[in-house]
Design a protein around this ligand. Structure first.
Ligand code: MF3
Ligand code: CO
Ligand code: CO
Length: 279
């Protein structure tokens, strides 16, 4: 087992996979409103992937060792749900926050994995702050990516930023290498020490997907065998991009027309390659 390095052709194929995953989120965006059920969002996403894109939803029937097969095509994690929330028939209501996590498999077998936070209707100041801060935390990690940096640099940047503002980082789940497999080496921790762990080299592709809690970092798994929630029931947020290590830095692969503007601290030239910048 080791980290697979992607060739130029692999990278081109992963750009397509990444864009398609992001476009599922773009398509869902106008539907994330009070009254919609997460099952309806799952159905919309499933049909778009299968019938419009010709992609396969990677979560559907996904069964890593020790897990029962995942029953739906997307993950929807609401409020104190941290990740892997299973879409159901409950309606979203005004003020909810929801993470929608999309992973597609393209016809030629490549994965693209990305998630965004959505605020349903009008969110509280606390909810909006958590979502915004988690987005920035993800980008603090992304902007550490370049050849010669180490995985510990990514984790440290995220941890310092989030904990510095009194928020906590979930430790049991991490980013991951991705390619022909959904979850490959390496593990990308969202906490850590600078200068430690694997050195980044061009051609690596992995996700950065911090889960940040408003309260304590402890989590527990629900009886469905998938849904992870905060133990103290505090709000949790997550954002995810799939990122390529380039010769000079990084390229975010999960970008689309609807990608949110990058934070102001992200270098302008890198940002052009990464995502649309704000008007
Ligand atoms: N998309 C998640 C990730 O970012 C994994 C979801 S696994 C599932 O790694 F089975 F719950 F879909
Ligand atoms: Co992922
Ligand atoms: Co994901």
């Amino acid at each position: 087992m080791s980290i697979t390095l992607k060739t130029a052709a692999d990278i081109e194929a992963m750009r397509v996979a990444g864009r398609l995953a992001a476009e599922v989120l773009d398509m869902l965006t106008p539907h994330v409103k009070p009254g919609v059920t997460t099952e309806q969002l799952d159905q919309l996403a499933h049909d778009h992937m299968v019938n419009v894109q010709g992609t396969v939803p990677a979560p559907l029937h996904y069964a890593p060792p020790g897990y029962t097969p995942y029953p739906k095509s997307i993950c929807t994690s609401v409020n104190h749900q941290v990740c892997h929330g299973i879409p159901n028939d409950r309606a979203l209501k005004n003020g909810d926050i929801v993470n929608i996590d999309i992973t597609v498999i393209t016809k030629d077998g490549w994965h693209g994995d990305t998630s965004r936070m959505f605020i349903v209707g009008e969110g509280s100041i606390a909810a909006r702050r958590l979502c915004a801060l988690t987005y920035e935390a993800m980008w603090k990690g992304v902007t550490m990516v370049r050849p010669g940096a180490r995985l510990g640099d990514i984790g440290h940047a995220i941890q310092r930023f989030a904990e510095g503002q009194g928020f906590s980082i979930v430790r049991e789940f991490c980013g991951h290498g991705i390619g022909r497999k959904f979850h490959e080496e390496p593990q990308v921790l969202h906490y850590g020490r600078p200068g430690t762990l694997e050195e980044l080299v061009p051609g690596m592709v992995f996700t950065i997907e911090p889960m940040i809690n408003a309260g304590r970092r402890e989590i527990r798994e629900l009886g469905d065998g998938w849904t992870i929630v905060t133990r103290d029931r505090s709000l949790s947020a997550q954002w995810e991009h799939t990122v390529l290590v380039t010769e000079t830095g990084y390229e975010v692969l999960t970008v689309s027309a609807g990608s949110p503007a990058v934070p102001a601290f992200v270098d302008g030239t890198a940002a052009v390659a990464a995502a649309p910048v704000a008007d």
